[in-house]
Design a protein around this ligand. Structure first.
Ligand code: NAD
Length: 259
């Protein structure tokens, strides 16, 4: 069963759509018949993705940390049926050394940004629409050096639950996806830390990292009528990594400094 028949008159917005999981999600929703707005703080990247999709996609600049920017991004939305928030970043560091500014940037983009997206999506979505937030395995599994990111993503999971309660009266569903390690520019840096990728994969029962398209397919499912009875939920999509332990990134980085 596909959702193509109910999607072609509807529009979707993918925030953080200029790269990685968001890029893949924009393509998959366009394939499923949505008119897609690709929104990203990097407008050039959003334009490239929209151009690759073709006439059914448009690009806008949108910074999830700036309320006026989020409000403006949603102001012109018409027939908006699905919003997927993929904007995210991580500025790592051990808590005792972590710059407050780095903590704030991570929490601003990942958690406060999600709040602002839900706030305006909740106002502009048509009744029966959906919001999907890309959270993380780190919302439920701690990792050394990732305090801001883990705390923010755990916050996203609770925010999704509260929003699901508040928006259910209008039939708007709010869900999350918790990806594990997915091959995108966000995690390109781990390849430079000896042994870190291997430690990830040893702790991933299915033994490999994910493809952005695998997360995008779950986002398309959550946006569709096939998920009509699902709200306030989080899908663990990580090759089973939530069943084991997170790699010790700080130990790997320390070992690199000692060698
Ligand atoms: P990515 O870096 O490839 O893409 C992130 C996109 O978000 C970029 O296009 C970036 O410009 C945009 N963005 C950053 N700050 C923004 C802001 N303030 N406003 C609007 N857009 C902004 O990363 P990705 O791997 O595709 O990550 C997508 C989401 O998935 C993130 O929330 C990330 O935390 C989450 N995630 C990724 C992984 C992974 O292994 N790649 C794992 C778990 C969760």
């Amino acid at each position: 069963m596909t959702n193509t028949s109910d999607a072609h008159t509807r529009s979707a917005m993918v925030i953080g759509g200029g790269s990685g999981i968001g890029l893949a999600t924009a393509h998959v929703l366009a394939r499923d018949g949505y008119r897609v707005t690709v929104a990203d703080v990097n407008l050039e990247a959003a334009r490239t993705v929209a151009a690759d999709i073709g006439d059914t996609a448009t690009a806008i600049g949108l910074d999830v940390t700036d309320e006026a920017s989020v409000a403006a991004g949603f102001a012109d939305a018409r027939d908006l049926h699905a919003v997927v928030n993929c904007a995210g970043l991580s500025l790592p560091g051990q808590i005792t050394e972590l710059e407050l500014a780095h903590w704030k940037t991570t929490v601003d983009v990942c958690l406060t940004g999600t709040f602002l997206v839900i706030k305006y999506a909740g106002r502009h979505l048509e009744d029966g629409g959906s919001i999907t937030c890309i959270a993380s395995l780190n919302g439920r599994q701690p990792g050394t050096g990732m305090a801001g990111y883990c705390a923010a993503k755990a916050g996203v999971l609770m925010l999704v639950e509260v929003a699901a309660l508040e928006l259910a009266a209008r039939g708007i569903r709010v869900n999350a996806i918790n990806p594990g390690l997915v091959d995108t520019p966000l995690v390109a840096g781990i390849a430079f830390v000896p042994g870190l990728t291997e430690e990830y994969l040893e702790n991933t029962p299915l033994g490999r990292s994910g493809h952005p398209e695998e997360i995008a397919e779950a986002a398309a499912y959550l946006a569709s009528e096939r998920a009509a009875w699902m709200t306030g939920s989080a899908i663990d999509l990580n090759g089973g990594a939530h069943l084991k332990r997170y790699p010790d990134m700080l130990a790997r980085v320390r070992a690199m400094g000692e060698s």
